[in-house]
Design a protein around this ligand. Sequence first.
Ligand code: NCC
Length: 274
Amino acid sequence: FMNKNTEEVLCRFKDIQIKTIKRTDYPFSKNVFKDYLPKKDLFENKHFDTCAIVASAGSLKNSHLGNLIDSHNLVLRFNHAPTEGYESDVGEKTTFRILNSQVVTKPEFKFLNSELYRNITLLAWDPSNFTASLEDWYQQPEFNLFPNYLEHRKKYRRTKFFLLNPKTLWDLWIFLQKNSPNQLRRNPPSSGFLGLAVLLPHCDYVDMFEYIPSVRVTRKCHYYDVEDNPACTFGVWHPLAAEKLLAYSLNVASDKTVFQTGYIRIPGFKNVHC
Ligand code: NCC
């Protein structure tokens, strides 16, 4: 059941265009990137019946959600979040990974060698300044993901690897600000919210696991490490609380599903009538 508010907000959400960097985008059109950027759009006209987004939250630990997650047609994971050793809680299927530019560049993540980043669809993002052009961003990325982007493209030709146009981060931020009662810091949304925005045009519905914290809520940052940091769940740099309140306002699943099982369900754009 979708109430009127849900449908209205989804209609405004639908207006945001998710842009990836194309061969024709200056300055990439004039440099070596033009031969390596994908020709096609992310997921083009592909449609998936059911999509799962696995937030990396510590509350996934002991959730036994693995089979439910794997039953979805598309599974999105973030950054270096592993499945190996955690299958019963987070599943083993990965269709798509969203990576921030730290993961692409910092040696500890072994981006060019780890099997986590092969034979799936990848989308990497790096924040630009609010008013920056693509050229400004290319000259001054926050973490210089461009060299490893090229290396990866050369090494793993079969992996579909996209770069997010950083303007999309600010379009999402503006949308969040317009739909939240509080003044937000001007920092881009988290990979989790970006994932939701990328998938809503392509899925019948999107199930987001442990993005809205369930009764298993914990101070642990991730299901896969021991870091104790409640800011991971409620936000410090990203406008995480605003993202989560907005996502929760679009939820059509029951309280029991959200707070005991541990996921929200958001209807894909195909199901909204604007
Ligand atoms: O932690 P991170 O996020 O990789 O998590 C992926 C997404 O899951 C959701 N999440 C995570 C933990 C938690 N307790 N609750 C959650 O809801 C969020 O939606 C989050 O986006 C990122 O968004 O890219 C982020 O990346 C990390 C870090 O860079 C990578 O994990 C690589 O180590 C950032 N942490 C730091 O930079 C220290 C984090 O702020 C955002």
